[in-house]
Design a protein around this ligand. Structure first.
Ligand code: SAM
Length: 311
């Protein structure tokens, strides 16, 4: 499929629009523009004095989003870089602060629909999985070169793949016969590691692990949360949609620490371990897709949305 025909239905759109509650003068940062589904709605709230800064690390998506959002030209600044580089760009773009932040993590539909993106195990694509070609580490490099220990660790920590040692061993046995080149070929050659009825589920976990490792997704997320919270103005809001437990744990723990931060004043620390809360939840502490949304968009199945407001 060609990217111009790929449809990405924005997840939890109603909740994002309602709870981010974009005002005309807001400075909004959309860290994960994708094909601009959330952006299209949020941009309606931005007036002439507001700004919408949109990141996507994947140049192909950014390019396509720019085409789809043509009517908002002039209101958006497009950035082809990782969203955790906001510190750098806030200086370059002279952003005094940020009013609203959206991070809708992970993959967009084109990553799975367009075979050449190389993220899907049931379509023939290059074993790549880099959001940005500037990165050196690709999925191919990992599966063809990483040590047994490293493979095992990636599979178990980043994909929670069961029997990760067995899978790592099979990867090494297979690559000793011939290097892996394509996504579907890699999946076929390691398929014997899993029972046939569990194959799809576990293959998805293997691909998730490789993708997270290639793009260093957990560190990027951890750093970004700190950077965005520092830049957020008082009363500003930050929404994060995560799609698997590793991401969600990072978001949940980061927010929890804001609700009960450690006291930093040494004198007051004599009386209380915890200082004043730095943020509070907006809406429910975790929001998930309704049955109606699941019916039209199965990809919203694992989504968890958390929104906070800075106090
Ligand atoms: C779930 S999609 C976003 C979909 C978007 N909200 C929409 O409604 O169309 C996630 C997007 O984030 C991008 N992405 C992933 N990691 C990124 C990072 N570290 N920095 C910037 N973009 C990233 C991906 O390329 C993908 O386009």
């Amino acid at each position: 499929m060609d990217i111009s025909r790929s449809q990405h239905i924005p997840v939890l759109l109603e909740e994002i629009v309602k709870f981010l509650d974009v005002a005309p003068n807001d400075i909004v940062v959309d860290g994960t523009l994708g094909l601009g589904g959330h952006a299209r709605e949020l941009l309606r709230g931005i007036g002439d004095d507001g700004r919408y800064v949109a990141f996507d690390w994947d140049q192909r998506n950014l390019h396509e989003a720019r085409r789809r959002l043509k009517k908002f030209e002039g209101k958006i600044q497009f950035i082809n870089d990782s969203f955790d580089r906001i510190d750098h760009y806030s200086k370059v773009l002279r952003l005094p602060h940020v009013s609203k932040v959206l991070l809708d993590l992970g993959l967009s539909s084109p990553h799975l629909d367009v075979a050449e993106f190389g993220f899907s195990y049931n379509k023939r694509g290059p074993l790549d999985m880099r959001f940005s070609k500037d990165k050196k580490l690709s999925a191919s490099l990992i599966v063809n070169k990483a040590s047994f220990e490293k493979l095992r660790e990636i599979l178990s920590r980043l994909g929670e793949v069961p029997s990760s040692s067995k899978v790592a061993k099979i990867i090494i046995e297979e690559r000793d016969k011939a290097p892996f080149t394509y996504t579907d070929e890699f999946a076929e050659r390691i398929a014997r590691a899993f029972a046939p009825d569990k194959r799809n589920k576990h293959m998805a976990q293997v691909f998730q692990a490789l993708r997270i490792a290639v793009n260093d997704e957990l560190n990027v997320l951890h750093n970004a949360l700190h950077n965005y919270f520092d830049l957020l103005e008082k009363g500003g809001r930050m929404a994060v949609i995560s799609y698997h437990s590793l991401e969600d744990r990072i978001v949940k723990n980061f927010f929890k620490d804001l609700f009960r931060p450690l006291e930093t004043d040494p004198e007051r620390a004599l009386y209380s371990v915890h200082g004043e809360p730095l943020a509070e939840f907006v809406g429910k502490s975790v929001m998930e897709a309704s049955d109606e949304e699941l019916d039209i968009n199965p990809r919203s199945r694992s989504a968890k949305l958390r929104i906070i407001q800075k106090l």
